[in-house]
Design a protein around this ligand. Sequence first.
Ligand code: ATP
Length: 316
Amino acid sequence: MTVTETSRAPARSAGAAVLEASGVTMRFGGLLAVNNVDLTVREGEIVGLIGPNGAGKTTFFNCLTGLYKPTSGQVRFAGAPRKPPKATRSQAEDPEAVQVEALAELTPLPPKPRAVVKAGMARTFQNIRLFANMTALENVMVGRYCRTSSGALTSVLRGPKFRREEAATTARAQELLDFVGLGKSTEHLARNMPYGDQRRLEIARALATDPKLILLDEPTAGMNPLETRQASDLIFKIRDSGLSVVVIEHDMRFIFNLCDRVLCLVRGEALIEGTPHEVQSDPRVIEAYIGTGEQDDEDEAAAVQDSTVADEEDRP
Ligand SMILES: Nc1ncnc2c1ncn2[C@@H]1O[C@H](COP(=O)(O)OP(=O)(O)OP(=O)(O)O)[C@@H](O)[C@H]1O
């Protein structure tokens, strides 16, 4: 399914696993940043990752997306269909069965970030990483190139194949800008766009890689309340288009009203994983935030207590 189709995937359905991280551990010298963390993300799910400053959220994220090779543990992903395995004689009678099997299989992620993107996983970063002097359209087109097949020679010669691919890439990039609500900013230089629009643009660029799973690192950082609400609507829309989403966020109200499940990390370890209600009402979560002695963590602890979590049936 492409992101332009808006048929509503059933929220909080327990679909097949898209991502399975087991026993992920990451050491930086003597520092144990992530210790034996498991996480399963299923089709059509929005999963939140929370925890006080320095809890290991970004490090865990980097292990999931291939930026770091975990010291130990495994990350397996059901990505884009690879070449189906050779059919046995009985399977050959029903070749479709072989393909379905190949799709459903979770395979270890390739070690390089570019290969991870090709397999169907995309991410955004805590600090915006756009090409500042390119237009919005060009930024999204860059994301698309991992799905085009023109080689260097075709691109230099600008032959018919290149022109066809370029037209398709432009059309898809425009479609994605429309999808994230930036349809009228196509020609704007990224550096001149308002902050909230730059964040949307990053998401559009990530979507251009045709992911099955998108990971968003603090998508609302620096946003005003209106922009935050719009970001939450956009994430629901992405989920409804058939993708799974993992989000790191400090804004507790945002995360509790967005996610189907939340994993709270503390000092590199999984403290609790559960529904927003379960996580919000676990006193250990608030204690963990207060325990760091940092003002912004204490503010977040207050937000955990104060957040009104929408009832499951009231959420989109
Ligand atoms: N490249 C690195 N080299 C050494 N130590 C690191 C590295 N990256 C992170 N750390 C350390 O690992 C721990 C976890 O950091 P990480 O950035 O993953 O936490 P976080 O939960 O994302 O924090 P924040 O919410 O503040 O972004 C911290 O103690 C941090 O200092």
